[in-house]
Design a protein around this ligand. Structure first.
Ligand SMILES: Cc1cc2nc3c(=O)[nH]c(=O)nc-3n(C[C@H](O)[C@H](O)[C@H](O)COP(=O)(O)OP(=O)(O)OC[C@H]3O[C@@H](n4cnc5c(N)ncnc54)[C@H](O)[C@@H]3O)c2cc1C
Length: 397
């Protein structure tokens, strides 16, 4: 059998490796338009191995996150990649957040997250001496990892197993005939029995090239970060998160100690004017035109314009961004923070303006398209691969 996988982010690489492990001897080619693996979301995220606290029980996110954590811990141990269980505190600031936190605790228990416990202000400070809050949920097994390093390791596995990772190849056409799928990058073509599309910020375009449904569309949200100066990094030992707003798919500005010991504050969530718009000034007219032509974006704007305006203000005025973090670590001062590289999230949006919450996978004949793989997809990647490949090999997709 032969397979082509589009996208050398952590999801595509995990799928390619799983295909080679499940069907030894098959021909597997990974194509990516960038000169390196992990060039987009996989290389621009918070680096958190989520434990599975928030997701609706039974959803793909809940199931594949829990499974993914186990697989990732095993994989990193096997490859000698550091996997640091720094632990996470989900901090409630008022009574309303505390009652939402109790709801999250129920979900976490239903999802099988181990060893979580509720803490009061003293318990919270025993874990994070500089943090404050009314109550907290502690998840001691939440970890941090270097996802780009994991991705590079997966690419090495693919080559060692006889597959190939071809970089600098932009996929421009996907044609299906009776017996095969032909993926073209211009002059070059790869013909295979099946294709799997893991295009992240371009997931919808790739799916449409293969004849997939017009929606959902990807809407890019830029997440900006600040980094604590090395002298102030000791203010945060592990991961400090707000209680998420259930109306919104993002987790809110959090404080994260990274795999290299630096501490990031962020990200916020701003509609980006380009799918790979890492800077304010990045504008891509095609991306912008497509976003504005999608009715779902206008619906979303009508519902969430207040949050959008708040995020924009936080982006432009550092003091407002810092204020969000100071609610949890009051000693923070704007002078303690420097700008850090931003990331752009691929968030699928349905025609009616609903943000697609769960992972979404679509099949068009011989092509499997991963259409929505937002956070915690880096955590879940090995399990997403197991799910997709398992279903492909049993003819269910
Ligand atoms: C700011 C931010 C913070 C996050 N924090 C976390 C976290 O802490 N924990 C967590 O688990 N998840 C986190 N996530 C989510 C996580 O990073 C993503 O869910 C995950 O990386 C998705 O992987 P992917 O392989 O699907 O996408 P990507 O890594 O984006 O890879 C897609 C690849 O497809 C390629 N591609 C696209 N179109 C084409 C084409 N036409 N031809 C060839 N190649 C193409 C791109 O070049 C890219 O390399 C975060 C994301 C962001 C942006």
């Amino acid at each position: 059998m032969s397979y082509v996988v589009v996208g050398a982010g952590i999801v595509g690489l995990s799928v390619a490796r799983a295909l080679l492990l499940s069907r030894p001897g098959s021909a597997v080619t990974v194509l990516d338009k960038e000169p390196t693996v992990a060039a987009h979301q996989t290389g621009h995220n918070s680096g958190v191995v989520h434990a599975g606290l928030y997701y609706p029980p039974g959803s793909l996110k809940a199931v594949l996150c829990r499974r993914g954590v186990g697989l990732l811990e095993e994989y990193t141990a096997d490859k000698g990649i550091p996997y640091q269980k720094l632990g996470k505190l989900l901090v409630a600031l008022d009574r309303d957040e505390e009652s939402r936190l109790l709801g999250i605790r129920e979900r976490a228990l239903a999802n099988g997250v181990p060893d979580i416990r509720m803490l009061g202000p003293d318990g919270l400070r025993a874990i994070e001496p500089h943090a404050t809050g009314r109550a907290a949920l502690h998840s001691p097994h939440t970890a941090v990892v270097d996802f780009p390093r994991v991705a590079r390791s997966l690419a090495e596995d693919i080559t060692a197993l006889g597959g190939q990772v071809l970089l600098g190849r932009t996929v421009r056409a996907i044609n299906q005939s009776a017996g095969a799928v032909r993926v073209s990058t211009g002059a070059e073509h790869v013909v295979a029995d099946q294709a799997v599309l893991c295009g992240g910020l371009h997931a919808d375009r790739l799916a449409r090239l293969a004849g997939g449904a017009p929606g959902p569309r990807i809407v890019p949200f830029r997440g900006e970060y600040y980094r604590l100066t090395p002298q102030r990094a000791s203010l945060v030992r592990g991961l400090i998160y707000p209680v998420p707003d259930p109306r919104y798919p993002f987790l809110g500005v959090h404080l994260t100690r990274r795999h290299d010991g630096s501490v990031d504050v962020g990200p916020n969530a701003l509609l980006a004017l380009a799918r790979e718009g890492y800077r304010h000034r990045d504008v891509d007219l095609r991306d912008l035109r497509e976003s504005l032509a999608w009715p779902g974006l206008w619906q979303l704007g009508r519902r969430h314009w207040r949050t959008g305006a708040r995020e924009l203000a936080g982006s432009v005025v550092k003091r407002r961004f810092v204020a969000a973090a100071r609610a949890y670590v009051p000693e923070l001062d704007p002078a303690d923070l420097r700008r850090a590289p931003a990331g752009v999230r691929a968030q699928a949006l349905d025609r009616d303006g609903a943000l697609v919450d769960d992972f979404r996978i679509e099949t068009v004949d011989r092509v499997v398209a991963v259409r929505n793989a937002p956070s915690p997809a880096a955590t879940s990647a090995l399990a997403i691969a197991e799910h997709v490949v398992g279903r492909m090999l049993t003819g269910r997709i």
